[in-house]
Design a protein around this ligand. Structure first.
Ligand code: NAD
Ligand SMILES: O=C(O)C(=O)C[C@@H](O)[C@H](O)[C@H](O)COP(=O)(O)O
Ligand code: ZN
Length: 350
C-alpha cells in the first residue's frame, strides 16, 4: 500500500499545492459533502488547481455513506472526464474521506487521492491509514479496501465551525488512542475541558493523537495484528451504531464511547484492567456522551450485529481488550453470556 504523508499545516493552499505537484495529475476533482462544500471549500479555494477542479458533492452524514453516494461519485468522475491519471481531493469528515477514498481506489482501478479532513474525528483517525469504504446491508464499513491517500493535510482551522456534538464524537477516538497508549495521555484527555476547548492545547493533542494512529498503521497497514488496537470499543460500538441506524442514528464517536464502556468492562473481567481506571473512564463517558436507550430485549440483535465484525474468525466474535492502559490484548473472545453481562453493565451497572 502506498506510504502516506501526513502534513499538519498552517498554510493549506501551500500544502495542497505541494501534494498536487507531487502527483502531477492531468485533472483535479474535489469531493465534499453539502456542508463542507459550503463551510470548508472556501478555505481551500486559494490553492491553485482547486478553484478550477471538477466539484462533486454528496449528501452529508453517515446515513449517506452508501452505494448511492458512491455511484454518484463514480458517475460524476466519468461524466467530467477523469482518467486514471487524475486526482480526487476529499474535503470533509470521515464520511467523505471513507467514501471518497473508496471511490478513488476503485474508479478505473484506482486514481490518486488526497484527504483534507475537516472534523476532529477525521483529523485524528478517519483520514489516516487507508481504511476506505461504505456502509452496506445495514452494517458499518461492510464494503471497502485498504488504500492510503497519497497525502493527508491536517488544518485545525476547519474546527472553528464544528458543533460540540461532533467535537465530542472525534474526542471519543482520541480517548481510545489514549487508552491504548499511556496513562499520561489518558489522564490529559479525562482532564481536558472538551466542551470549552483551549484550541492551542487541542492542536497539540490532535498531533499526539494522530501520531498514535500513524505509528500503528505504519507497522500493520492491513490490520493483521497491532492495528486491531485501533478497533478498541468498535466490536460493541459498531453494533450500537448499526442498531441505531435503524432507529435514531448516533454519531460514530458516540457509538465508540458506548462500545468502550462495554469493552473496558470486559477488560476488567477478562484481562485484568484496573477497575478504578475503568470507572474513571466510564464516568467521563457518561458525563459527556449519555447513554443509548436500549433494553435487554435488544441484546440478541446487538449480539447478532457483533457477529459481522471484520475482526471475527470462523464465527467467533473477536474483541480488542486491555490488560491496563497501553497494555493491548488483541484477539480476545467472550461468551454470549459475558457479552450480555457487559450490555447489562452498560445499561445499569455504572
Ligand atoms: N477510515 C477510518 O480509519 C475511520 C476512522 C474513524 C471513523 N471512520 C468513519 O468516519 C465517519 C465519521 O466521521 P465524522 O465524524 O467526521 O463524520 P462526518 O464526515 O459525517 O461529519 C460529521 C458532520 O460534520 C459536518 N462537517 C464536516 N466538517 C465540518 C466543519 N469543519 N464544520 C462544520 N461541520 C462540518 C459534516 O457535513 C457532517 O454533517 C464514520 O463513517 C466512521 O465509520 C473511519
Ligand atoms: O483505522 C483503524 O484500523 C480503525 O479501526 C479506526 C476506527 O476508529 C474506525 O472506526 C475504522 O473505520 C473501524 O474499522 P472497521 O474495520 O471496524 O470498519
Ligand atoms: Zn472509529
Amino acid at each position: 500500500m502506498e506510504k502516506q504523508k501526513i502534513t499538519i499545516s498552517d498554510n493549506l493552499g501551500q500544502a495542497l499545492a505541494g501534494a498536487i505537484a507531487e502527483c502531477a495529475p492531468d485533472r483535479i476533482f474535489v469531493l465534499a459533502d453539502e456542508t463542507t462544500a459550503r463551510l470548508c471549500l472556501p478555505l481551500a479555494a486559494s490553492c491553485p488547481g482547486v478553484n478550477e477542479a471538477g466539484l462533486i458533492t454528496i449528501k452529508a452524514t453517515d446515513s449517506n455513506k452508501n452505494i448511492d453516494s458512491l455511484q454518484h461519485v463514480w458517475a460524476e468522475l466519468g461524466r467530467m472526464g477523469a482518467t486514471r491519471h487524475s486526482m480526487l481531493i476529499n474535503i470533509g469528515g470521515g464520511m467523505v474521506t471513507d467514501l471518497g477514498g473508496f471511490a478513488a481506489s476503485t474508479f478505473k482501478r484506482g486514481i490518486s487521492y488526497v484527504n483534507v479532513p475537516t472534523t476532529l474525528l477525521a483529523m485524528v483517525d478517519a483520514s489516516v491509514g487507508g481504511k476506505t469504504g461504505i456502509n452496506f446491508n445495514g452494517l458499518k464499513n461492510e464494503v471497502g479496501v485498504f488504500n492510503n491517500a497519497s497525502r493527508v493535510i491536517l488544518d485545525t482551522d476547519f474546527l472553528g465551525t464544528m458543533d460540540t456534538e461532533n467535537m465530542l464524537s472525534g474526542y471519543a477516538e482520541m480517548l481510545k488512542h489514549g487508552l491504548i497508549s499511556s496513562e499520561r495521555m489518558w489522564a490529559e484527555l479525562l482532564a481536558f475541558d472538551v466542551e470549552h476547548p483551549d484550541l492551542g492545547q487541542l492542536r497539540r493533542m490532535v498531533a499526539d493523537s494522530v501520531a498514535v494512529k500513524e505509528r500503528i498503521v505504519l507497522e500493520d497497514p492491513t490490520e493483521r495484528s497491532l492495528r486491531k488496537a485501533l478497533n478498541l470499543g468498535h466490536t460493541a460500538g459498531h453494533a450500537f451504531e448499526s442498531f441505531a441506524l435503524a432507529h435514531r442514528p448516533v454519531l460514530h464517536g458516540y457509538a465508540v464511547a458506548y462500545g468502550l464502556v462495554c469493552e473496558l468492562y470486559l477488560s476488567v473481567v477478562k484481562t485484568g484492567f484496573p477497575a478504578d481506571k475503568m470507572r474513571q473512564t466510564v464516568a467521563f463517558i457518561n458525563e459527556h456522551y449519555g447513554k443509548m436507550n436500549i433494553t435487554c430485549d435488544d441484546y440478541a440483535t446487538l449480539f447478532e450485529l457483533m457477529t459481522h465484525d471484520k475482526k471475527n474468525v470462523a464465527g467467533t466474535i473477536n474483541f480488542t481488550l486491555l490488560g491496563g492502559i497501553g497494555d493491548i490484548r488483541i484477539n480476545q473472545t467472550a461468551t454470549r453470556d459475558e457479552i450480555f453481562e457487559a450490555l447489562d453493565f452498560y445499561r445499569e451497572g455504572n
